[in-house]
Design a protein around this ligand. Structure first.
Ligand SMILES: NC(=O)c1ccc[n+]([C@@H]2O[C@H](COP(=O)([O-])OP(=O)(O)OC[C@H]3O[C@@H](n4cnc5c(N)ncnc54)[C@H](OP(=O)(O)O)[C@@H]3O)[C@@H](O)[C@H]2O)c1
Length: 245
């Protein structure tokens, strides 16, 4: 596991957007950031899941989160620009954005990839990530230190049989991250990517339905890297893909 000892106040006064905050790793990250003092903005597809994370945070008497229901498959550039402008006007800045939401698509031989699935995976995992980053950068630039974090995968640096669209989309994610990191080097904005590694979530279960889930890391286990990249301890880290495990 990535070795980082978490200071319990390290995210106080920070506003952090988490995409895919209703389930899996994104939910755990949103709860963890909130417990460390951040005000979290919960973006996701299924409103009831976002509401239940909101309720958990309120029940713990933490800073009130905001909810942004948005399906990355259908969202437009204008949706993202409006969202970023609203964050700027309500919070004055954005200190962190964890771009975590993605879809797996289908695991299938390359010659049998469905065009529609390929397009959907590219829309959610690539186009939406680029549009989100493009819209959020000006609001991230309002913070003293800002952290933009993409989510990659082991198949984002080494292709794997049958993982076609997803693997290609994660290579693209790393490309977007590296381009932004290079453009904003020596600025207040640092941009990195996390490779979570095998983690017990619904997405992992759909890729490996027969495996023993007890042997997998939990989303909570991998949080040290997520917290590190959102805390000021990582202000000099830029353009890296880091393994959470
Ligand atoms: N788990 C692993 O072993 C593993 C390994 C490597 C990389 N990753 C990466 O880690 C990230 C989180 O994965 P996970 O395992 O936590 O997945 P997950 O349990 O499937 O959760 C994915 C989250 O993304 C949201 N989402 C999916 N499609 C969306 C869309 N079109 N619009 C808005 N939100 C959408 C989902 O919302 P709904 O629940 O509302 O659909 C859900 O909250 C992903 O980028 C994944 O590629 C995971």
């Amino acid at each position: 596991m990535f070795d980082y000892s978490i200071n319990e106040n390290c995210l106080v006064n920070k506003t952090i957007l988490v995409t895919g905050a209703g389930a899996g790793i994104g939910k755990e990250a949103a709860l963890t950031f909130a417990k460390l003092g951040a005000t979290v903005i919960l973006l996701g597809k299924t409103v009831s899941k976002l509401e239940s994370v909101y309720d958990e945070i309120i029940a713990l008497d933490l800073a009130e989160p905001a909810i942004i229901p948005l399906d990355l498959k259908g969202a437009t550039k204008k949706n993202y620009l409006d969202m970023s402008a609203t964050i700027a006007s309500q919070f004055g800045k954005l200190d962190g954005a964890l771009l975590n939401a993605s879809m797996l698509g289908e695991l299938t031989p390359f010659t049998q990839i469905h065009e529609q699935i390929f397009e959907d995976v590219m829309k959610v995992n690539v186009t939406a990530q680029y549009l989100l980053a493009q819209a959020l950068i000006p609001t991230l630039q309002l913070a003293e230190h800002a952290s933009l974090v993409f989510t990659s995968s082991s198949v984002g640096s080494q292709g794997r049989a049958f993982w076609g669209p997803y693997s290609v989309s994660k290579f693209a994610t790393e490309g977007i991250m590296q381009v932004i990191a290079d453009e904003y080097e020596n600025s207040n904005l640092r941009t990195n990517a996390i490779n979570p590694g095998a983690t017990n979530t619904a997405m992992r279960a759909s890729a490996y339905p027969a495996e023993d889930k007890e042997k997998l890391a939990t989303a909570a286990d991998i949080m040290p890297l997520y917290v590190y990249l959102m805390s000021n301890d990582s202000v000099t880290i830029n353009g890296q893909t880091i393994n959470a495990q």
